[in-house]
Design a protein around this ligand. Sequence first.
Ligand SMILES: *[C@@H]1O[C@H](CO)[C@@H](O)[C@H](O)[C@H]1NC(C)=O
Ligand SMILES: *[C@@H]1O[C@H](CO)[C@@H](O)[C@H](O)[C@H]1NC(C)=O
Ligand SMILES: *[C@@H]1O[C@H](CO)[C@@H](O)[C@H](O)[C@H]1NC(C)=O
Ligand SMILES: *[C@@H]1O[C@H](CO)[C@@H](O)[C@H](O)[C@H]1NC(C)=O
Ligand SMILES: *[C@@H]1O[C@H](CO)[C@@H](O)[C@H](O)[C@H]1NC(C)=O
Ligand SMILES: *[C@@H]1O[C@H](CO)[C@@H](O)[C@H](O)[C@H]1NC(C)=O
Ligand SMILES: *[C@@H]1O[C@H](CO)[C@@H](O)[C@H](O)[C@H]1NC(C)=O
Ligand SMILES: *[C@@H]1O[C@H](CO)[C@@H](O)[C@H](O)[C@H]1NC(C)=O
Ligand SMILES: *[C@@H]1O[C@H](CO)[C@@H](O)[C@H](O)[C@H]1NC(C)=O
Ligand SMILES: [Cu+2]
Length: 776
Amino acid sequence: MILSPRISVAVLLLGSSTVLASSAGSFTQAGNTLVSALLMFLGNEDTVYIIDKAEGNAAAVAGHPAWGSKWDIASQQAEVMDIRSNTFCSSGMHLPNGSFINLGGNDGITINGAPGSTKNTDGTGTGFWDAVYQDFDGRKSIRILNPCRSGDDFTSPQCKWFDDSSVLAMKAPRWYAALEPLGDGTIVILGGFTAGGYVNREFPVRDPITQNTQAQSTYEYYPAKDADPQLVQFLVDAGGLNAYAHMFLMPSGNIFVQANRSSMIWDHTTNTQTPLPDMPNGVVRVYPASGGAAMLPLTPANNYNPTIIFCGGSTMADDDYGSYSGPRVETWKIPASNDCQRITPEPQDGSAPVYVADDNMLETRTMGQFIILPDGTLLMINGGLNGTAGYFNITTDPFIKETPFGVSLASGPVFTPAIYNPNAPAGSRWSNKGLSPSPIPRLYHSSAILLPDASVLVAGSNPNPDVNLTTVFPTEYRAEIFFPPYFSASVRPVPTGIPKTLSYGGNPFDITIPSTSYSGSSNDAADNTTVVVIRGGFTTHGMNMGQRFLQLNNTYTVNKGGSITLHVSQMPPIPNIFQPGPAFLYVTIHGIPSNGSYVIVGSGNIEKQPTSPVGALPASVRLDSATGGVHPGQNGTSNLDGGSGGDAKKSHNLGFIIGAIVVGIAIVAVIGVLFAVWRRRASACLAPSKAYPLSPTAGAGWTSHKGESGIFVPLAQGKYNDTSDPWASSANLNAPYMDDNRASSIGSRSQVFGEYEKYSGHPGQTHAVPKSHSGY
Ligand SMILES: *[C@@H]1O[C@H](CO)[C@@H](O)[C@H](O)[C@H]1NC(C)=O
Ligand SMILES: *[C@@H]1O[C@H](CO)[C@@H](O)[C@H](O)[C@H]1NC(C)=O
Ligand SMILES: *[C@@H]1O[C@H](CO)[C@@H](O)[C@H](O)[C@H]1NC(C)=O
Ligand SMILES: *[C@@H]1O[C@H](CO)[C@@H](O)[C@H](O)[C@H]1NC(C)=O
Ligand SMILES: *[C@@H]1O[C@H](CO)[C@@H](O)[C@H](O)[C@H]1NC(C)=O
Ligand SMILES: *[C@@H]1O[C@H](CO)[C@@H](O)[C@H](O)[C@H]1NC(C)=O
Ligand SMILES: *[C@@H]1O[C@H](CO)[C@@H](O)[C@H](O)[C@H]1NC(C)=O
Ligand SMILES: *[C@@H]1O[C@H](CO)[C@@H](O)[C@H](O)[C@H]1NC(C)=O
Ligand SMILES: *[C@@H]1O[C@H](CO)[C@@H](O)[C@H](O)[C@H]1NC(C)=O
Ligand SMILES: [Cu+2]
């Protein structure tokens, strides 16, 4: 069959989605990640970075088993990357310039998580380095990566992990630390273990502050500030259930923190805490109970005021959590929680924050993970029906005798995801209609992240101390893509004019949507179009650290040929609402998202972000006659069919008059009433009674830099001199901290600060015998 030229154009324009409609709601396999995906993040349009713990992966790099890789989105091929220190149960976050950091981890270990061959000199540490796996002690590590794109040379220094603790390290050893960026891009690093374990306590508890030096209940910053890490009493009170605390920066600059069954508003600048109500129904949401937690979409309609949702976790009794060495109960027999709660930590009407029960999940889940999708719904994926995160050592755990699930503390993988719609009426927010199961269990140490095309990459799962391919829940290397329901659309929006950077306040910008991006009435499409900025976060342990979704405010002009010009506001002028750094911008029409475009929010630097007053949006201009699709004589892109807003307005008026003559006055009156209702509804959504001002004339935590354009070229790799190693100079690394073995201000923990050694080249020779830890 020979297509006419016009039909060919239509096929080309409409065929923007390469994924078959039949895959919507289901998983497909997406290659091999080479290392098990304990942590992942999306670096840019092309590349996902994957981090495992140091273990016996068959894939090797630099003469040792690899525990890092990068996965190319287009080819679904992974390549190993060298990471020098042990990244086990580390944490990660973006930086304002589009780079990423990965913090903390485990000692240098060898086969089966046993201490490495070279010990720390003072004998108090476990492994400094191991001759088999060649991993350094990663507990204080700060690793930095500048994401590279498909065409880049991944063997060049600027595409590799920087990992050298003689240049850059944390002040305190941490694994399972919680991270949250501030409005200036500084990262708060909270809590963690010094030596790993199931929960962060001895049992019975003798020393609640240091738990015999194994709890790290302090906080610090990246880049480092002068002060020693200060104790956070909230973490001490939360006892064993304080690792990977859930942290969300609030518009005020304070941080909402949740751990154990407690919540607080934390002013980290003065280390003061204001208690919030306890989590209802006794549900624990942090590791190892591992409930899903996310900030609901920030929208003009909610005036960008954050609400946090928690779903799942565990109601296991406190004593049953046991200690560092494991639980005191056969966890896999204990159903996880299906309970969901929402809280708005800073209500704009001045009322006291409260937890509000939300719809229960469709099943119980531990290690379930929320992925915020571009249509404003939240995907709940991965995890198990029973038990908790973690694994145990059958040889040493006195409470666990049988091993029906290998060493996994969870059972009953939940294979079918579910979708939560925060705007649906209560009682109907959860659905898994049309969603198919994955064949792969995704339990402890699995991960998931939104991709630029709005699908979700799912990988990892390894509830084992080392690679084990034969146990019931084996080390998993298979990646999958989950295609949310909007992949059933045959046409995806193809917007043009998306900026590369967004400022905090300032002048609006225009995005053009061709008529071929949608079908039906242009006015309806324009009314149902959103421009959203999504940061997928750094995923590990059922969390996406730093994940946020913000809908930009917009108006529109419907043009003659059915193209739509969106007039779009910049980010709200309060950086605390959406911290500076990389994100993806999607345009969603009738719930169908475009591909995401990489944007940098803010100045690109760790600094007080420039802000400007919010530039006024032009009024929307509608055009009743316009429709989507391919129109004769046009190719659907902007200017051919466009016309200025003025022209469109004229034709709108003309259409209105013709319509009135033909159809009659009565219909017009009905339309008028409907329009008035629509306008009332729209305004009812907008102005909450006690809104914080979104213009920089008042408010905390931000300043006005009138007239600054904040021009910034993201990831300006050109500035590197390719003939010299950019890492050789520490000039661009912020305030590296050198550990001087100084004593800490906190009680007996000076030993903890003293037991760490810096690595840079190859390990030293003679070392003392360590005390032993079992690894989790
Ligand atoms: C959770 O917090 C409560 C109240 O502080 C404490 O009694 C309990 O021991 C904690 N649970 C664990 C497992 O540490
Ligand atoms: C969004 O834009 C509309 C139209 O300019 C304006 O009335 C409204 O106040 C804005 N909302 C927010 C939250 O900025
Ligand atoms: C894998 O796990 C099984 C069941 O827990 C265990 O018997 C076996 O020894 C493990 N294999 C390795 C290589 O650790
Ligand atoms: C989960 O726990 C329940 C209650 O103990 C039990 O009936 C069920 O068999 C468990 N599921 C699995 C997969 O072990
Ligand atoms: C969207 O992304 C997919 C996957 O990368 C690609 O195949 C498709 O061509 C993209 N669509 C457009 C319009 O760029
Ligand atoms: C927007 O589009 C979605 C998806 O088609 C639909 O469910 C929703 O009702 C639409 N909203 C409006 C206000 O038309
Ligand atoms: C559509 O028309 C515009 C304006 O003439 C032109 O720039 C563009 O290349 C055309 N696109 C296609 C797909 O023909
Ligand atoms: C981004 O900033 C960090 C310091 O915070 C620096 O180490 C890194 O090299 C920067 N990335 C680029 C691409 O300049
Ligand atoms: C489990 O405990 C035994 C006995 O202490 C030890 O030999 C073994 O290495 C431990 N295994 C792991 C994975 O920690
Ligand atoms: Cu872990």
